[in-house]
Design a protein around this ligand. Structure first.
Ligand SMILES: [Mg+2]
Length: 179
C-alpha cells in the first residue's frame, strides 16, 4: 500500500509545542487548553487580536524543527516501512515557508534518517497525490482532484465532530489500517 502520512498534528505535536511556547512567551495571555481546541487552525480558536503573535511563534526559527513527535507515530511508520508499505510524508508548508520547509525536512531526517527525506511530498493540494490511504488530522481535505486515497482521520480534539471517516491514533493504528 501507498500510505500518505501528514506531519503537523499527526506525526508532530504542533498544538502542544505551540501552547508550551505561547505560555512561555506570553505567560499572562489568554490560551486554549489542548483538549479544548475546536478549529483546525489556531486562528479559528483564538481571538483576532492575538493572531499576529501566534503567527510569529509558528513561523519562528526552530519551531518546526523542534516539534515533539506524537507518541507511537515514529514507531508506527517504521513498522509500516519494515512491512513493505510505501509510506510518504505528505505535508503542506506554511504560507511563510522560509523556516518551515527546511525544518520539516530536518525533522524527518532527525526522526527517520537521511534517506527518509526522499519520502517527503510537500504540497498544498494533497488530492493531487496518489495513494491508498492518507492519515491526516485535517477534517476536510479538498483540492483539484478526486482523491485516490481514503482519508483516515488522525484523532485530535479539534476534529472530534467528524463522524463520517475512519479515525486512527498511534495506539490503535494496526486495527484501523488493517481492518
Ligand atoms: Mg496536520
Amino acid at each position: 500500500m501507498i500510505i500518505l502520512v501528514d506531519m503537523d498534528n499527526t506525526l508532530a505535536d504542533f498544538d502542544a509545542a505551540f501552547l508550551s511556547l505561547w505560555q512561555k512567551t506570553y505567560p499572562d495571555e489568554f490560551f486554549i487548553p489542548l483538549d479544548k481546541r475546536r478549529g483546525f487552525h489556531l486562528a479559528e480558536d483564538y481571538p483576532d487580536h492575538l493572531l499576529d503573535k501566534i503567527q510569529k511563534i509558528c513561523d519562528g526559527k526552530n519551531f518546526v524543527k523542534n516539534l515533539p513527535p506524537i507518541s507511537g507515530g515514529i514507531e508506527a511508520v517504521r513498522e509500516l516501512l519494515d512491512a513493505g508499505h510505501d509510506v510518504r510524508f505528505c505535508s503542506s508548508h506554511f504560507r511563510e515557508y522560509k523556516n518551515c520547509i527546511t525544518e520539516k525536512y530536518q525533522w524527518i531526517e532527525k526522526h527517520f534518517g537521511k534517506e527518509a527525506v526522499d519520502r517527503i511530498i510537500m504540497t498544498r493540494d494533497k488530492t493531487l497525490v496518489r495513494g491508498d490511504l492518507l492519515i491526516d488530522d485535517k477534517p476536510k481535505i479538498s483540492g483539484l482532484a478526486t482523491p485516490t486515497w481514503e482519508h483516515i482521520l488522525y484523532d485530535r480534539p479539534h476534529n472530534r465532530q467528524i463522524t463520517d471517516k475512519r479515525r486512527l491514533a498511534w495506539d490503535n493504528w494496526r486495527d484501523i489500517i488493517f481492518a
